[in-house]
Design a protein around this ligand. Structure first.
Ligand code: ACO
Length: 387
């Protein structure tokens, strides 16, 4: 037992890991990451294999149930996702009230409110958590797109009853079905974002679940953690960077200036990956293809030039991460930049669901320690005697 650790030990005697860097929190059967060699697997399947051959629906099943579905299982799962494309009417009222906030804040508020309408609210069984996860996987894209439309004074677009998840997401933007290539690229984006071990937002969902709080509370907190620029917010920053760079020829000087001012280059670096982020490759290929298709190759050229300028930093383990190319994908599809982080959340619901479930399976309160470095045993001074 480590009673009293907080009060009696010196910094030398404790092992202090700021940011919990390199600390193992628990065991998992879901996502394997080898940051040194740039390997990512969901339930044992390599991300490259999944990005090339699977789709978001199948990958979501894999994450939630720990195995690839057979044909029948996938059909049933897909049907549940499509049937869940409904939002309680009052959620639209909530979105209307907060519609001037950042889309991530709107999403956080709407998800928190959804718990009031969940008939399974008091049910913490595995089946209920999966049911909630499936429902939310379909509802989050609806919230994001309803807000996008409502803040422009437009009516939300009813989701399609037949389109696949990624196509339906893009369909709800302007009511137009995306091309096959664009839909596939969005689908790949959701696959590579579906889970990523104990990152800041997943950790947050586990901390909340550790107190036996409910599913919606955990996801709401996860959304808040994801919204920051050190986590999900980087894709937005990358397109701002690309715009600031202006043209590929300026990239080297621009990057040099940022680094000499000790500023961060958005879309580079990762707490776990010290070699290439395996997810980035799939989005890089997507940007290349899409920018040609749209006749806007300058963005791809700028990103390549920034990557080239950052090459010396690769030796220090700083490589392009998944967000570096994701922003350009969304931009080229025509999605406004403040929806870039919510898109990350759209893809991440299956991952958070399984993280919550794993935490619940052998739950433990997550309660680390803080090493106190202030002064101690001071005498209380009454207010009239203070300076
Ligand atoms: N640009 C410039 N320098 C960087 C960058 C960067 N993007 N990332 C790390 N470094 C440098 C730091 O300045 C630091 O240098 P120093 O040791 O000389 O002070 C060193 O690398 C280590 O940086 P830390 O912040 O300690 O590394 P950590 O692992 O904690 O950071 C993080 C990871 C927060 C993602 C960081 O790389 C960063 O801020 N990147 C930019 C934002 C970004 O792209 N976020 C998306 C992350 S991926 C995701 O969530 C999907």
């Amino acid at each position: 037992m480590n009673w009293g650790l907080e009060v009696s030990m010196t910094e030398k005697e404790i092992s202090l890991n700021r940011g919990l860097q390199g600390v193992y929190l628990d065991r998992t059967q879901t996502t394997f990451i080898d940051g040194k060699n740039g390997v990512l697997e969901y339930s044992g399947y390599n991300i490259h294999d999944l990005a090339e051959n699977s789709n978001f629906e199948e990958t979501s099943y894999l994450l939630m149930y720990g195995k690839l579905p057979n044909k029948k299982q996938l059909e049933v799962f897909d049907k549940s996702l499509k049937n869940a494309r409904k939002l309680p009417e009052k959620i639209y009222d909530v979105i209307e009230i907060v519609k001037d906030s950042h889309p991530m804040d709107v999403l956080r508020t709407a998800i928190s409110t959804l718990s009031s309408f969940d008939e399974d609210r008091e049910d913490f069984s595995e089946e209920a958590i999966i049911r909630k996860g499936i429902k939310l996987t379909s509802q989050v894209p609806m919230i994001v797109m309803a807000h996008y439309r409502m803040r422009k004074g437009l009516d939300p677009i009813e989701p399609s009853k037949t389109l696949a998840h990624a196509s339906n997401f893009l369909y709800m933007l302007e009511g137009e079905e995306p091309t096959k290539d664009t839909a596939r690229l969005m689908d790949i984006d959701f696959v590579v974002h579906a889970d990523h071990g104990c990152n800041a937002s997943a950790f947050t969902t586990r901390v909340v679940t550790g107190t036996n709080a409910d599913f919606y509370g955990a996801i709401t907190a996860g959304i808040a953690a994801l919204s920051g620029p050190s986590h999900g917010g980087a894709a937005e920053g990358v397109m701002e960077l690309a715009r600031d760079v202006g043209k590929a020829d300026n990239a080297a000087n621009h990057v040099k200036k940022l680094l000499s001012n000790r500023e961060r280059v958005m879309g580079f670096g990762h707490r776990v990956y010290k070699s290439a982020d395996p997810r980035a490759k799939h989005l890089k290929e997507g940007v290349k293809k899409l920018s040609k298709e749209k006749g806007q190759t300058e963005w791809y050229d700028i990103l390549l030039a920034v990557q080239e300028a950052m090459r010396p930093y690769a030796r220090r383990g700083i490589h392009a991460n998944v967000d570096f190319f994701a922003g350009a994908v969304y931009y080229l599809i025509g999605i406004p930049k403040d929806l870039f982080v919510p898109i990350f959340a759209v893809g991440r619901i299956p991952g958070w669901t399984i993280q919550i479930l794993e935490q619940m399976r052998h739950n433990i309160l997550i309660r680390p320690l803080l090493h106190y470095t202030g002064s101690r045993e001071k005498l209380y001074v009454s207010i009239d005697k203070r300076d």
